[in-house]
Design a protein around this ligand. Structure first.
Ligand SMILES: [Zn+2]
Length: 314
């Protein structure tokens, strides 16, 4: 009897070794869907849904301006090996991504192929131009505002869209992805209740932002964006526009200037001096600071900054 027990223990141990070896083998690794995203926010959402069935990597870093990313040869290698490319769309990446997609020579991720996913189709989009757009309107938002991920409702919609795409590409794991989405949805709903409560005392507060990257966040949390340091999206500040903006902020008693981490602080600082206001370097993307490693931490970080700035400029 004792012998039998020892033997079955030995067999179980042996089985465990085989399973471990199988899990570590390149074959098991190759089964993972290889996802490349244009930005870190899409990577964070794809990781929430894909779990351990996917490997995810973003091309742009979270502290970079997603309109202007310097193309590197290493991006081509990543794109060449991708099963799925997730983009923000609405021409956010038009200055750098299209040639990389073409040059990658990877038929799976070409525009229109099953491995090309434009996440803007899932999101509620603001600032859609009513009429024809000319260059005079600015350079970078001709199809509506591409910074739509900064509303948790859009995060949920994008995650759901990604779950659908992953199920299509890997049907055997579709219930796994569905389960991951439901879990994400539940955690996001709980987090939203906390964020809404933290932001509630500041509803209706007026802010200025450097670039027009904040409308979805402002709408969700009831803030009022009254102006921009850029005269038009993608156009650097001019002295005449800055003077106008200072006048507007004084009239409207607006004290908070939100600046994305990739813009020069010279003009925002001079506006703050003139208006007794406060410059806040907020994060538009996951990975803008090294501790901001997922979609939840992005809102935690920005809401903490904003509530402190509103308290300090009562
Ligand atoms: Zn933009």
């Amino acid at each position: 009897m004792k012998n039998m027990q020892t033997r079955s223990r030995f067999l179980i141990a042996l089985l465990a070794v085989f399973l471990l070896a199988a899990a570590l083998s390149p074959q098991a690794e190759a089964k993972k869907l290889n996802i490349v995203t244009a930005t870190t926010d899409m990577a964070a959402l794809a990781q929430e849904i894909g779990g351990d069935r996917v490997s995810v990597e973003s091309i742009a870093k979270g502290y970079q301006d997603p309109h202007f990313v310097e193309a590197k040869p290493s991006f081509l290698l990543k794109l060449r090996q991708a099963d799925l490319l997730i983009t923000v769309g609405l021409q956010l990446e038009i200055g750098w991504l299209p040639p990389l997609i073409t040059q990658s020579g990877n038929p799976r991720i070409q525009v229109g192929a099953p491995g090309y996913l434009d996440a803007s189709q899932f999101a509620a989009i603001l600032d859609i131009p009513a009429g024809p757009v000319t260059r005079a309107e600015g350079d970078v938002h001709p199809l509506g505002n591409p910074h739509y991920w900064l509303d948790p409702d859009n995060g949920r919609r994008i995650a759901k869209g990604i779950a659908g795409k992953l199920a299509e590409m890997d049907p055997a794991d579709s219930s796994y992805f569905q389960q991951r989405f439901q879990d994400f949805d539940k955690r996001l709903t709980a987090a939203e209740q906390k964020w809404d409560a933290e932001m509630k005392p500041y509803r209706g507060r007026k802010v200025v932002t450097y670039h027009r990257s904040f409308p979805n966040f402002a709408k969700h949390f009831g803030l009022d964006v009254i102006g921009y340091v850029e005269p038009r999206p993608g156009i650097p500040p001019t002295p005449s526009h800055t003077i106008e903006l200072i006048g507007l902020m004084k009239r409207e008693n607006c004290k908070v200037i939100l600046v994305e981490p990739y813009f020069d602080l010279k003009t925002p600082n001079s506006i703050a001096r003139e208006t007794q206001g406060k410059v806040v370097q907020y994060l538009p993307s996951v990975g803008g600071e090294k501790d901001v490693t997922d979609y939840f931490k992005l809102f935690d970080y920005d809401i903490d900054l904003l509530t402190k700035a509103f308290q300090a400029t009562q």
